[in-house]
Design a protein around this ligand. Structure first.
Ligand code: KG4
Ligand code: ZN
Length: 340
């Protein structure tokens, strides 16, 4: 162990993953994630069940994170947690746990905005990957978020555009539900789409001003289309699964890439860092690479374990706050709607 190193324990519990990570400065020593299977049967996250599952998972997840990192509680310099945005009942579990531990160990408490965590995940030490330099554009795409931001410093970020309704992951998941696929449907759509024709069925593009997004119209268009087609052919979905998935996926990716191009034109910034679970989408990665090559952009995608919700990203954000002496008061509360 390095005597001068700063060890931080971070906790993330904003949605349906209970996660704890231990960082040594900007290096991740452990990043344990307990995903909740209980929501699958409901086709989406059930908040009440999520908070109960966090209660069950939090102690073993934290113990495992410390054990994997081979760090004792007495070595910790601070406890970090996600303050919001997220589900209130889920956040409360992490906030209360972090407060109690910080109080017991008499060490500082550090609150982190979940969205800043996603963006700062690009600064986790990784010898194999370059880090973006300021200013850069960030696009966060997951089941809960769809945003394009201009990042001028670690904690100086401006939202340039965001979804007015559904998040992009929801567009994938709700489409999957219409097609009778299990939750979360994003990875399955990705898989079926590989065998399909993306131009088979054209879906309308939303007319949204500026850099904002809207995905609820696409969901409705898919629903009406499937209803109409199955009236004529009851096995339409089964017969055309690959083509439907490829067409919807193509539309979603086009929506994202068009806005990204617009953001680059508007800001003149060509460094683009993406994060969130939807980054796993193979066609999205290919589309981004092609655009980057064509327009000479530099793109950054964190390793997948730091794309989805995880405590390591909360830990890296907390590390930069620690360096600034930016600590939270013990009266801090969870904030379901927590703006940048
Ligand atoms: O970041 P994440 O794990 O959790 C939050 O929502 O914050 O993202 C999960 C979302 C789900 O909507 C899931 O369907 C989507 O990411 N997703 C994908 C893929 N893998 C995960 N969507 C499209 N293609 C994928 N390969
Ligand atoms: Zn997230």
């Amino acid at each position: 162990m390095h005597p001068q190193a700063t060890y931080i324990l971070a906790i993330e519990s904003s949605c349906d993953d209970t996660s704890a990570a231990v960082l040594q400065d900007d290096k991740v020593l452990s990043n344990v994630i307990a995903s909740q299977q209980v929501h699958q049967q409901y086709g989406g996250v059930v908040p009440e069940l999520a908070s109960r599952a966090h209660q069950q998972h939090i102690v073993p997840v934290v113990d495992q994170a410390l054990a994997q990192a081979q760090v004792e509680k007495s070595q910790l310099a601070a406890i970090a947690f996600t303050r919001g945005p997220g589900l209130q009942g889920s956040l409360l579990v992490g906030v209360s746990f972090a407060k109690s531990l910080a109080l017991a160990l008499r060490i500082p408490l550090i609150e982190v905005n979940h969205l800043q965590g996603h963006i700062l995940s690009h600064f986790i030490e990784n010898p194999a990957q370059q880090k973006p330099t300021f200013p850069f554009l960030a696009m966060t795409i997951s089941g809960g978020h769809t945003q394009i931001l201009k990042v001028t410093d670690y904690f100086s970020m401006e939202i340039l555009g965001q979804t007015q309704d559904d998040a992009v992951g929801e567009a994938f998941d709700k489409t999957a539900k219409i097609l009778g696929l299990p939750y979360p449907g994003g990875p399955l759509i990705d898989r079926y789409a590989k065998e399909g024709n993306p131009k088979a069925f054209p879906f309308p593009f939303p007319k949204v001003e500026g850099l904002d997004f809207s995905f609820s119209g696409l969901k409705t268009a898919v629903l009406y289309f499937i209803q109409k087609q199955t009236q004529q052919n009851p096995s339409f979905v089964q017969d055309n699964m690959a083509d439907i998935c490829a067409s919807v996926q193509y539309t979603i990716i086009e929506i994202l890439m068009r806005k990204l191009k617009k953001a680059v034109t508007q800001t003149g910034i060509t460094q683009i860092a993406i994060g969130g679970g939807v980054c796993a989408n193979s066609a999205l990665r290919t589309a981004l690479q092609q655009l980057a090559h064509k327009h000479h952009w530099q793109t950054f995608i964190p390793p997948f374990q730091y794309c989805t919700d995880n405590a390591a990203m909360i830990g890296i954000a907390a590390y930069y706050k620690y360096l600034r002496g930016d600590f939270s008061d013990m009266s801090v509360t969870a904030q379901a709607r927590y703006h940048l």
